[in-house]
Design a binder for this molecule. Structure first.
Ligand SMILES: [Fe+2]
Length: 335
């Protein structure tokens, strides 16, 4: 300090004084949230109430926030990172930015929904579905596999939102399960047959209104609309592929604590809350209708039970979004 100019010394004293007084009110946990904004705005206050720890949510998309964390590196103000899908978690893990999670955070979640490294965990799951308009496609015409949507009879009858992290995670699962050649072929077929919309709610609305026959997305868009009003879902139905098809892929939302977190203990507590029975019940009771991963908690009907989804086995930490983005752009999708 003695070599610093006096004005700077004064500035440091002033700023550390500010920090000291805010610390009197307790630490403020900084959460980079790429899960749905509405969900965390609902869950974080419950954690605050439970623990007295204040939470500051900063929102963004999976890829934006992962890139920001990687760019900020050790200087990031983030304590916790939450995503919609796993590829962004893997990207941050590969940069060595996560601390090992406490077992209190990981133990409640079955091993297949978190990486063996123990550096992050899944906390909710979402099932891939094909939403369809029964006036345009009858039940017996529905495809057995998501891979079949490239066949000629589906020309002009399939839609999706390739700019979003959700669809990209589905493609990452197809890549993991079917390999690169088959995935490139599938994407070329979807490019030929498909209609692109900007956002999964637009996919749902377009299928429901009869503008397009089917759409690939996650289950909750339809169930949420049903729970709210049914205005954008009453004229459509969900087709679950099941049978370990790539189209039955379950995407996991991830939670991790940053290695350089300023508030490591509180950050661990936050993730432990998310995976605890109490936190998982709060998630299950929220508007979100995403599947809890703690086996002690489940969603109420009419959501299709998690145990009936028959997903394929995907190594969740292997999902590679960079490769997917490259393949989507090679297939002619504008991202
Ligand atoms: Fe989503």
């Amino acid at each position: 300090m003695k070599h610093l100019p006096s004005a700077l010394v004064l500035a440091l004293i002033v700023s550390s004084g500010t920090v000291a007084s805010s610390e009197d009110d307790g630490p403020k946990l900084v959460v980079y949230n790429a899960q749905h904004e509405q969900l965390l705005e609902e869950i974080a206050p419950k954690f605050e109430e439970e623990t007295g720890i204040e939470v500051e949510l900063r929102h963004g998309s999976d890829s934006e926030m992962a890139a920001q964390l990687i760019q900020e590196g050790d200087a990031s103000p983030a304590d916790v990172f939450l995503t919609e899908n796993t590829p962004a978690m893997s990207a941050v893990e590969q940069e060595g930015l996560f601390a090992p999670l406490d077992t209190a955070a990981t133990d409640p979640i079955p091993a297949e929904y978190r990486p063996a490294s123990g550096r992050w965990t899944g906390f909710v799951a979402r099932s891939t579905v094909l939403v369809y308009n029964p006036d345009l496609v009858s039940e017996d015409e529905l495809p057995e596999s998501i891979m079949d949507l490239t066949e000629p009879q589906w020309a002009g009858k399939v839609s999706f939102s390739p700019t979003g992290a959700d669809f990209q995670a589905i493609v990452a699962a197809v890549l993991d399960l079917e390999g690169e050649d088959a995935t490139r072929e599938w994407l070329a077929g979807l490019q030929a047959n498909g209609t692109v919309y900007d956002g999964n709610n637009v996919v749902l609305e377009s299928v429901n209104s009869g503008e397009i026959a089917t759409g690939i997305e996650y289950h909750y868009y339809w169930y949420r609309d049903q729970a709210e009003s049914g205005d954008n879902s009453d004229d459509s139905e969900l087709h679950f592929f099941g049978d370990k098809d790539p189209g039955a892929f379950i995407s996991i939302s991830g939670a991790g604590v940053l290695k350089n977190a300023e508030h490591p203990d509180e950050a661990q507590q936050f993730v432990a809350y998310l995976t605890s029975e109490k936190g998982q019940q709060a998630l299950a009771d929220s508007y979100a209708l995403e599947y809890p991963l703690n086996p002690a908690v489940s969603l109420d009907p009419p959501v299709k039970p998690f145990s009936e989804l028959e997903p394929p086995t995907v190594a969740i930490s292997d999902l590679d979004n960079d490769k997917v983005v490259e393949m989507l752009s090679d297939a002619g999708f504008v991202l």
